[in-house]
Design a protein around this ligand. Structure first.
Ligand code: ZN
Length: 261
């Protein structure tokens, strides 16, 4: 398994510094959380000043694979409001363009949210989400970048909050899937999510099985046994503190070495 981390842990640090830290600590991947100062439109428009091309070259020379987490805060591909859906599509396409510039492997996005409990409203939201993300998938196909949709925690307002709904959305969009193993731990049977076809990569974090806590790996109830980890090609540790990322990397290396125990 290749181990990477989400830039969430180093939020607000300049992007080139984040890549230098990843190189120093021997990571094989970085997922850039494209929010706030790492907003795709801003990075593309300030390509020179922010050394975007140098970052792509550095990553390539040290075999660091790049992944992008599209902006999802305040956006919603499933919104009842067409203006919000259109803006979500626009910004997801901008994230695909940034991925193209950085030679990234894939971009991950969320299928969106619905704020009412009625079934017919949820069904309409799913229909909207698929329509919005299908347009993004068509663009991703055109430029040859992988678009990947993440499974969300078991909370009613999230779409793809269980393996069945996640699979349905991914299949209808024709995208790849990002498996958040912490989110899966909030399901009745986390292993069901591993049956998903077309998995691009994993987000790794831990929790108590009830809340999406983003705990250090091994501090919650998620299953990080060797049998699980050996199925993961690229695991992105997604935690708030870089110290916890390093501790979790150590934990993973120990678990991966426990094959014969
Ligand atoms: Zn996410």
């Amino acid at each position: 398994m290749k181990i990477g981390f989400s830039s969430l842990a180093l939020f607000m640090k300049p992007l080139d510094k984040i890549f230098q830290i990843a190189k120093k600590d021997g990571f094989a991947g970085i997922e850039i959380l494209c929010e706030g100062p790492y907003w795709p439109r801003y990075l593309i428009n300030n390509r020179k000043k922010l050394k975007i091309d140098e970052i792509a070259d550095l990553a390539k020379s040290c075999n660091i694979e790049i992944f992008l987490h599209a902006p999802t805060i305040d956006l919603n591909p499933a919104s009842m409001n067409k203006g919000i859906r259109d803006e979500t599509e626009k910004q997801t396409i901008e994230t695909l363009n940034l991925a193209d510039i950085l030679n990234a492997e894939a971009i991950t996005t969320h299928p969106g949210m619905v704020h009412r409990r009625e079934r017919r409203i949820r069904d309409l939201a799913i229909e909207y989400s698929i329509e919005t993300l299908k347009n993004c998938q068509d663009y991703a196909d055109d430029i040859g970048i992988t678009l990947s949709i993440e499974n969300m925690p078991k909370k009613f307002s999230y779409l793809a909050n269980c393996p069945v709904e996640h699979k349905m959305i991914v299949e209808n969009v024709g995208s790849s899937a990002t498996i958040d193993w912490g989110h899966a731990n909030t399901y009745k049977n986390p292993l069901d999510i591993l049956k998903t076809h077309n998995i691009a990569y994993f987000h790794l974090n831990d929790n108590n099985g009830l809340k999406d806590q983003h705990l250090l790996l091994g501090e919650g109830t998620s299953n990080f046994n060797y049998e699980i980890l050996k199925c993961i090609d690229m695991g992105i540790i997604e935690l708030n503190s870089y110290e916890d990322v390093l501790k979790s990397k150590k934990f993973l290396i120990t678990q991966l070495g426990s094959e014969n125990k």
